[in-house]
Design a binder for this molecule. Structure first.
Ligand code: HEM
Length: 364
C-alpha cells in the first residue's frame, strides 16, 4: 500500500496547524489575551502528540518505506483536528491507535534488523500509547506529562544511540543508558499512583540520560566542524544541557501544577531540549519529509539563539517566582518559534529559486 506523495502533504500541513494552535493555546495559558483558541486545555497534548507525533510518525513512515506506517501520522493528524473541534475524547482514541501502529512499526523494524536503538524507540512509542490510554480514561493533560516526556526522551535517545554506533560506545556507557531509560519508565509508572514521587524519579532518569548524551553523542566531535554540521551539533548539545537542567528541576521540585517552578520544569524539557532538537534536525528532516532542498544558511543561528535565550529568561523567571519575567520568556519563546518558521520558509523558497535557475541554465 503506497501513500501518494501529494497525500503526504495532509499530515505535514496539519502538523503546522498543530504547532500554531498549540503555541496560541500556550500564550493564552500564560496570560496573554489573544482571543479564544479552541480547547486551550489540550495545549500539551496538541504539541507533543499532535505536532511532534505527526512529524515523528512521518519521519518513521518515510524511513521504513512501509505504506501502513502512514497510519501513525494520519491518526495523529486526525487527533489534531478532533482537538481543534473541541473533541478531546475522540482525539485520545485516535492517538491511542496511532501510537499502537508506531509501536508495530518499530517492532517490524527490529525484526528486520535487531538493533538496541530500536528497543529504546519501541519503549518511547509505548510511552505515547500509555499517555493516550491514560487520556482515554479521562485523566487531565498535566497528569500525562511523565509519559509524554518519556515518549520524546526515549525516541530522541534512540536516534542518537543509532548514530553513536559509528563512534562506538563502551559497556559502561551502554549500561548507563539502559539503567537511565529504565528509571525514566519507572518514574512515569510511579506517577500513575503519585505524580510527585513519579516525576522526581523520572527527573533523575532524565538527568542521567542527559549525562549519557553529553558524554557519548557524535555532536561532541562534529561541533569542531563548520557550517551546518556545527549548527546541528550546537543545537543538540545545548538541548542536552536543558534536559539535564529539567531532570534536576523535576528531581528537586516535582511537577506541581499552578506554580512558577512547574512551568520552568516543563518548558526546560519541552522547549529547551525538544524544540532545540527540532531546530537542529531541520536541515535534514525538512528535505527528507518535504522533498525540497534546504541550503545551509547561517541565518538559522538567529532562531536557535533566540530559543535558548528565551528559555533561559522563562526558567529564570520561574525559579525566581516572577510570573512577569516568566511571561516575557513565554512571549519570546513564541517569537523564537515564529522566527524559525519564517527563516525555514525563506530557505526553502531560496532553494527552489536556485534549483529553477540551475534547470533553466541547463535547458538553454
Ligand atoms: C511559546 C511557546 C509555549 C508557551 C507560551 C507555553 C505555555 C504553557 C503554559 C502557560 C502551560 C501551563 C503551565 C502551568 O500550568 O503552570 C503549559 C503547559 C504545558 N506545555 Fe507549554 N508552552 C509553550 C510551548 C510548549 C511546547 C513546544 C511544548 C511541547 C513540545 C509544550 C508542552 C507543554 C506541556 C506538556 C504542558 C503541561 C500539560 C498542559 O498543561 O497542557 N509547551 N505551557
Amino acid at each position: 500500500m503506497a501513500v501518494p506523495v501529494r497525500a503526504r502533504a495532509v499530515p505535514a500541513l496539519v502538523a503546522v496547524a498543530a504547532l500554531v494552535a498549540g503555541v496560541w493555546m500556550g500564550l493564552l495559558r500564560a496570560g496573554f489575551a489573544l482571543g479564544a483558541p479552541p480547547a486551550p486545555g489540550t495545549h500539551g497534548a496538541m504539541l507533543v502528540l499532535g505536532f511532534l507525533g505527526t512529524v515523528i510518525g512521518m519521519e518513521r513512515a518515510v524511513a521504513t518505506g512501509r505504506g501502513w506506517a502512514w497510519i501513525t501520522p494520519f491518526g495523529a493528524a486526525a487527533a489534531v483536528v478532533a482537538m481543534l473541534a473541541g473533541r478531546p475524547g475522540a482525539a485520545a482514541v485516535s492517538l491511542l491507535a496511532a501510537g499502537a501502529v508506531l509501536v508495530a512499526v518499530f517492532v517490524a523494524a527490529y525484526r528486520d534488523q535487531p538493533e538496541p536503538h530500536l528497543v529504546l524507540m519501541t519503549a518511547g512509542a509505548s510511552a505515547w500509547v500509555l499517555a493516550a490510554f491514560t487520556w482515554t480514561l479521562g485523566a487531565s493533560v498535566p497528569s500525562l506529562v511523565p509519559w509524554l516526556s518519556t515518549f520524546l526522551v526515549l525516541t530522541i535517545a534512540g536516534e542518537r544511540l543509532e548514530l553513536a554506533r559509528t563512534i562506538g560506545t563502551s559497556d559502561v556507557a551502554r549500561r548507563w543508558l539502559w539503567g537511565s531509560a529504565a528509571i525514566v519508565v519507572a518514574g512515569s509508572a510511579v506517577a500513575w499512583v503519585s505524580l510527585q514521587a513519579g516525576a522526581r524519579l523520572a527527573g533523575a532518569g532524565n538527568l542521567l540520560v542527559a549525562v549519557w548524551l553529553l558524554g557519548n553523542d557524535l555532536a561532541r566531535r562534529t561541533i569542531r566542524l563548520g557550517g551546518v554540521t556545527r549548527y546541528m551539533a550546537a543545537g543538540l548539545l545545548a538541548g542536552y544541557l536543558w534536559l539535564g537542567i529539567a531532570g534536576a528541576l523535576w528531581m528537586v521540585s516535582g511537577l506541581m501544577p499552578g506554580t512558577t517552578a512547574y512551568d520552568a520544569a516543563l518548558h526546560s524539557l519541552f522547549l529547551g531540549f525538544v524544540m532545540s532538537m527540532i531546530m537542529a534536525h531541520a536541515p535534514v528532516v525538512i528535505p527528507a519529509l518535504g522533498g525540497v532542498s534546504f541550503p545551509w544558511s547561517p541565518a538559522l543561528w538567529v532562531p536557535l539563539g533566540l530559543l535558548h535565550g528565551s528559555v533561559l529568561v522563562r526558567v529564570a523567571g520561574g525559579l525566581a517566582t516572577s510570573g512577569a519575567i516568566q511571561r516575557w520568556g513565554a512571549a519570546l519563546n513564541a517569537v523564537a518559534l515564529a522566527v524559525f518558521a519564517a527563516t525555514a520558509i525563506v530557505i526553502v523558497a531560496t532553494g527552489r529559486r536556485r534549483r529553477r535557475a540551475r534547470t533553466g541554465h541547463r535547458a538553454t
